[in-house]
Design a protein around this ligand. Structure first.
Ligand code: SAH
Length: 385
């Protein structure tokens, strides 16, 4: 029986649409969305439920504001700039709420003020908490208006003393007028620990730093990647491309699942460095990573006559580009495994592939990575006609 979520803030914070629904009803609703966008291409398998529907979220981004002169943390009400204070969220890793509570206490003790975007006054803007699922390790990032956060090293030391699982604390400066928590070129200063934590997924270790992409529900992500590997059916003779590779999760799992050679392509240079380090940590010398725009790189490689046998792609919500897909079509692979976090752009890209490339979708497996919220992950296997 799935645990009840019973969120007292449901309907007020707006962060998730289904949190107080019966889980089976949530899955049904999500399946209907999948059918709407994808059933014209191939049968959509029943959605794989998440092993956990509470406490699964390992990345928490809390907004700072003030209430009765005290610093509070919470979430902006959906579609607004109104802060809803949150003491605990049923979806979040259970280690996060006590850590955030200690940060509020320390901020009030050391006179750290919430940042006021309109006036440009105050210090703390967001607190980012990332928790390892496998190891008892937590990374804390204080997103602030400057590195001169009052008593910052005392705060970090006190935080680690009260919560020994906090292994790293850093400050990232963000003074932009933006809704992004961490802008791309923001500077980071590590004030305690190494600036990253480790997690283990499918017997591999991954380094997670403040900015690197890492799936927020790691146990279900392991299931997602296993499905992707089963679809890819890798052989030692295979040359594999993992496009939009992030910190190298799919590429390295493929390398450890028997692929001969794997190339990961990712535009974020810091994520590429993490991926290279992750290859080294896991002793996988059959994976290499390139920092480049995926479409640009695919086009250049197709022009050089590069061939590959399996293509994985896991693009952001905007999906792939026509340029990317057209170049992929010239590489003559046997199979494409498309991992998507947006069924609508996935449907658009499948329509392009069916019309212009010699591949057919032969399996569509939705995976519930985000219980409570309306987001859905999908893996699609396409085979050469
Ligand atoms: N496959 C990884 C990451 C997927 S998230 C995992 O499972 O963890 C999508 C990734 O695409 C992000 O790391 C993002 O930085 C990257 N990205 C976004 N636009 C890109 C582009 N135009 N070219 C290459 N990578 C891009």
């Amino acid at each position: 029986m799935p645990k009840k979520r019973n969120c007292p803030l449901a309907g007020r914070c707006g962060g998730c649409d289904y949190v107080n629904w019966k889980y089976s009803d949530e899955l049904l609703e999500k399946y209907l969305v999948e059918e709407q966008f994808l059933s014209r291409f191939c049968h959509v398998s029943p959605i794989l439920p998440s092993p956990e529907i509470t406490g699964y979220r390992c990345k928490i981004q809390a907004v700072c504001g003030s209430e009765e002169g005290k610093l509070v943390t919470g979430i902006y009400r959906k579609g607004s700039h109104k802060l809803i204070p949150v003491r605990s969220c049923p979806l979040e890793d259970r280690r996060a709420a006590p850590i955030l509570s200690t940060i509020r206490t320390l901020a009030n003790r050391f006179h750290i003020l919430p940042y006021d975007e309109d006036r440009g006054t105050g210090h703390l803007r967001h607190v980012l908490v990332r928790c390892s699922d496998y190891y008892d390790e937590v990374l804390v990032v204080l997103v602030a208006s400057s590195f001169d956060l009052p008593s910052a090293s005392d705060v970090a030391a006190a935080l680690h003393q009260k919560h020994p699982e906090v292994k790293s604390v850093s400050i990232i400066v963000n003074t932009d007028k933006t809704s992004m928590v961490i802008p791309e070129n923001a500077k980071e200063k590590v004030i305690y620990g190494k600036g990253y934590i480790m997690d283990r997924l499918l017997s591999l270790d991954f380094r997670i730093s403040a900015r690197s992409f890492y799936q927020v529900n790691p146990r279900q992500a392991a299931n997602l990647y296993t499905i992707a590997m089963n679809m890819a059916d890798l052989r030692p003779s295979d040359t594999v491309i993992d496009a939009y590779s992030g910190t190298g999760t799919i590429a390295l799992i493929a390398a450890s699942y028997g692929a001969g050679k794997v190339i990961g392509v990712e535009s974020n240079a810091e994520a590429v460095r993490d991926a290279e380090e992750n290859a080294r940590i896991n002793g996988l010398d059959n994976a290499v990573f390139v920092a480049d725009d995926a479409s640009k790189w695919m086009k250049a490689k197709a022009k050089e006559g590069m061939r590959c046998s399996v293509l994985f792609l896991d693009p952001p919500r905007s999906g792939a580009t026509e340029e990317f897909l057209a170049a992929a079509g010239r590489m003559d692979m046997d199979r494409i495994v498309y991992v998507s976090c947006n069924p609508e752009t996935l449907g658009r890209d499948l329509r392009y592939i069916h019309r212009f490339l010699p591949y057919d979708a032969v399996g569509i497996q939705p995976v519930d990575l985000f219980p409570g919220s309306q987001h859905i992950e999908t893996v699609v296997l396409l085979e050469h006609r």
